[in-house]
Write a protein of this length. Structure first.
Length: 204
């Protein structure tokens, strides 16, 4: 059997087949994480970005562009959690995977503004969200979140943003000719059994 092309591989295989993060970028990551978490980072993952945990992290973050890793670092910098993330947690931060609590709020507000939320909505049944009991709705959202998270973590693509609504054109207003206007006014006046204003002078 011939090998699968990169386009036809499942997302998980494409992510695994990507090149590990270059060592220069890993050194920068290790330095920044040490600055953020101090001894908690080095005691968990060591001081050397080129060996041990560093090699695993380089493979685990494969396929992520520098911008995504910077997003993860920015998220770590402002996180309220004093402990460093695990590799899967950091990859999720790089891919901007929100928390389950944030997803529940977005579902409540029917928010489709992010690619991740559009992926979540592909796994939800709108009718059941409106009709099922609260515990069942919570289970559905949790399951959709886990499926979407796994999809994104494995390198899967999310639905694109919906096309902008076509602007509705307002009909152009054109003033009717005086004789046309008088004709319509006369017809309306006849139905209402009143004398048109234009004929009041003649009546007097």
């Amino acid at each position: 059997m011939p090998p699968l092309s990169s386009a036809s591989r499942p997302p998980a295989l494409r992510a695994l087949a990507a090149e590990p993060v270059p060592i220069s970028r890993m050194r920068t990551l290790w330095l920044r994480m040490t600055e953020i978490y101090g001894y908690k980072w080095t005691s968990a993952y060591g001081e050397d970005a080129e060996a041990g945990a560093g090699e695993t992290w380089a493979s685990g973050l494969s396929g992520l562009p520098p911008r995504a890793i910077n997003i993860g670092l920015s998220a770590a910098l402002v996180s309220s959690d004093p402990w460093p993330p695990t590799l899967p947690q950091f990859r999720a931060m790089c891919l901007e995977v929100p928390s389950l609590a944030a997803v529940k709020l977005a579902v409540k507000n029917r928010n489709l503004s992010t690619a991740f939320m559009r992926q979540v909505w592909t796994k939800l049944d709108g009718y059941r969200l409106r009709s099922d009991e609260a515990w069942e709705v919570d289970r559905q959202i949790r399951e959709a979140y886990e499926l979407a998270r796994e999809h994104v973590m494995q390198g899967g693509e999310c639905p694109p943003a919906p096309a902008a609504l076509i602007e509705q054109r307002q009909p152009e207003f054109k003033e009717a000719a005086p004789e046309v206007a008088e004709k319509h006014i006369a017809a309306i006046a006849a139905r209402l059994h009143v004398v048109p204003e234009s004929q009041l002078g003649d009546a007097s």
